[in-house]
Write a protein that binds this ligand. Structure first.
Ligand SMILES: C[S@@+](CC[C@H](N)C(=O)[O-])C[C@H]1O[C@@H](n2cnc3c(N)ncnc32)[C@H](O)[C@@H]1O
Length: 239
């Protein structure tokens, strides 16, 4: 994690575009960690996310949000010095189309940053609980028509990113450390979040299956605890 922090700390981001920004979770990271930048524009298709993002950064004149579809951005070619996407690849069905659209608006020589949780199996049982819970959230969201797929392995991500033919591709892997995955406050928080998440599904045919799955996940959280899954961070430059 130290290596990644140092690498990002050396980047002057210039004009940055953060795609599928939500309310700006990753923009907070960029804002704090980059050596410098001119401004950051976050785009998201959700009105709520854009509203919350604007509110979150109302005192930061270098950060702006726009409601926009990542598949069809209203930006000219080569507008940005840096483009980024964080924890959102699994929210798109056509990942290559989104990455190509990001590449279109990026200047030659500009930074392409991709940060994404991965589901590789060589993680602790507590981290696997994060992955299982995340995939279960995705299944519940999908019942309501949202695009929310399971997360990818590092290898799968590399396959998407390979096609961008980025220069100097660097790959970092990190996980936020947790001192005690079985900490009562931590596990209680996750256990308590499960039933309210599935309750709105009660009238749907998928409810029984997903409820059973949630009971299995609860048992695992009680047994092994909870820890953030590993993430993969790709940094490359457009040719
Ligand atoms: C899990 S959030 C990611 C938030 C943030 N980037 C982060 O690192 O936590 C995924 C976001 O993707 C957005 N999204 C999904 N499809 C999109 C699209 N076609 N265009 C723009 N945003 C989209 C959703 O609205 C949601 O806010």
């Amino acid at each position: 994690m130290e290596d990644l922090r140092n690498r990002l700390n050396a980047i002057d981001g210039g004009k940055i575009l953060d795609v599928a920004s939500g309310s700006g979770e990753f923009i907070h990271t960029l804002n704090h960690i980059l050596h410098d930048f001119e401004n950051i524009t976050g785009i998201d298709k959700s009105n709520k996310a854009v509203f919350e993002g604007k509110n979150e950064f109302k005192d930061n004149e270098k950060v702006a949000f726009q409601r926009m579809d990542a598949y069809k951005m209203r930006f000219e070619d080569t507008t940005f010095d840096t483009v980024s996407i964080s924890n959102s690849l699994h929210h798109f069905n056509d990942i290559k189309d989104v990455l190509n659209e990001m590449n279109r608006v990026l200047k030659p020589g500009g930074y392409f940053l991709i940060n994404e949780m991965c589901c590789d199996e060589d993680q602790t049982e507590a981290q696997k609980n994060h992955i299982l819970l995340h995939h279960w959230w995705a299944k519940v969201d999908s019942c309501f028509g949202s695009v929310h797929n399971s997360t990818y392995t590092k290898k799968q991500m590399e396959t998407f990113i390979e096609e961008l033919e980025l220069d100097n591709l660097e790959i970092f892997e990190y996980a936020f450390p947790v001192e005690n995955p079985k900490d009562e406050n931590l596990t209680r928080k996750y256990l308590a979040s499960i039933d309210p998440y599935i309750d709105p599904l009660k009238d749907k045919p998928e409810y029984k299956r997903l409820k059973e799955e949630s009971e299995m996940i609860k048992q695992r959280i009680k047994e092994y605890g909870f820890a953030p899954a590993r993430s993969v961070f790709f940094i490359g430059k457009k040719k």
